[in-house]
Design a protein. Sequence first.
Length: 226
Amino acid sequence: MIRRWPSLILPCALALAVQACGYGLFQTARTVPRGEYRFMVAGAFQGNELIEERGVTPFNFAPQVDMRIGVADRVDLGVGLLLGPGLLVDAKANVMPPGHDLAVSISAGLGGAWDMGQVSAWLLHVPVNVIASYTFGGKLTPYAAVGYGFFWIFGRQLSNPDPNAAYVARGGWGDGVMRLTAGLEWRIRGRFAVLVEYSYLPAVVDDPGDNFAFVDNHVAGFGARF
């Protein structure tokens, strides 16, 4: 996902067992019932043009964890780790009746993370997603989502700046990444379900003054929710 900030992925390689990168969506449009909660653990493979430069490394494999709790009949809240040493909080609202097989939800969140390679560098993230899903026989739920992620990068320093060069000033609009997702959830028993998912994340906006840029990504993964 990163062109000029590869160390953002580094925390995931340092703490694969306990930290999450948050590259996948891994959720249907259906919200968690009021007063109930769900946990999710997943693993994803991240493919992009950097593989051509340095091959497949542990950085391409990212774990993910989150928790969701129902706060109303059609609204739930989620919290999960973001890009390793960060946190993302979001809310999701289903516009369809809770018992309907068709669910259509809108979600939005706010998150932040810092770069363990440069303690002065950090980011602010605002994701927005529209998710649709349909449950067949109470078991199989295919889902699809379209989303957009806003990223503002702060404090990132060039490793070898040229003292004679004039660098572009920060634009202020941040960096933007679209998300196109397709997945399938299979409820096995009770709350336990498994998910398979694919996402395409093209970079669409770049602020040249923040010393950072995204590359297009393909993310495929497998998860479990309970």
